[in-house]
Ligand binder design. Structure first.
Ligand SMILES: [Zn+2]
Length: 126
């Protein structure tokens, strides 16, 4: 959902909440831009991708549709690279490190790109 962590898979959401709390403790304001996204919403983004500054996944293939991604906005003095390190520390994959960088984007590290989002699950390792 826009502006919410609702409907994210619980194991993923727990990590996101810990990372957000950490970045807030460093002094940044964190805004949740978009978490879970329906395929209908992903289709609208896809159809408007030419005007999107960040890469857009094909409908059916976005981790947002699996409840395994969140887009965040950080407002403060914490650098992007520090946020990227925090993501790794809390067990998340950061879009800022992608070949086509997507800095607001954080996802479950086990999500497999290029495979359908439906059915991909966040399971705690071990
Ligand atoms: Zn995203």
């Amino acid at each position: 959902m826009k502006g919410s962590l609702d409907d994210l898979q619980p194991a993923f959401r727990a990590r996101v909440e810990k990372m957000i709390a950490h970045v807030q403790s460093l002094g940044d304001t964190v805004t949740i831009v978009w978490g879970y996204r329906s395929t209908a919403e992903q289709t609208i983004l896809w159809n408007n991708r030419a005007s999107n500054p960040n890469p857009v996944a094909r409908p059916g293939f976005s981790p947002h549709e699996a409840g395994l991604a969140v887009d965040l906005h950080f407002d403060g003095s914490v650098s992007r690279s520090a946020v990227g390190h925090a993501a790794i520390d809390f067990g998340l994959r950061w879009g800022g490190g992608f070949q086509h960088p997507d800095p607001p984007h954080f996802e479950w590290p086990g999500f497999i790109h290029g495979q359908p989002a439906a059915g991909q699950k966040a399971a705690e390792e071990g």
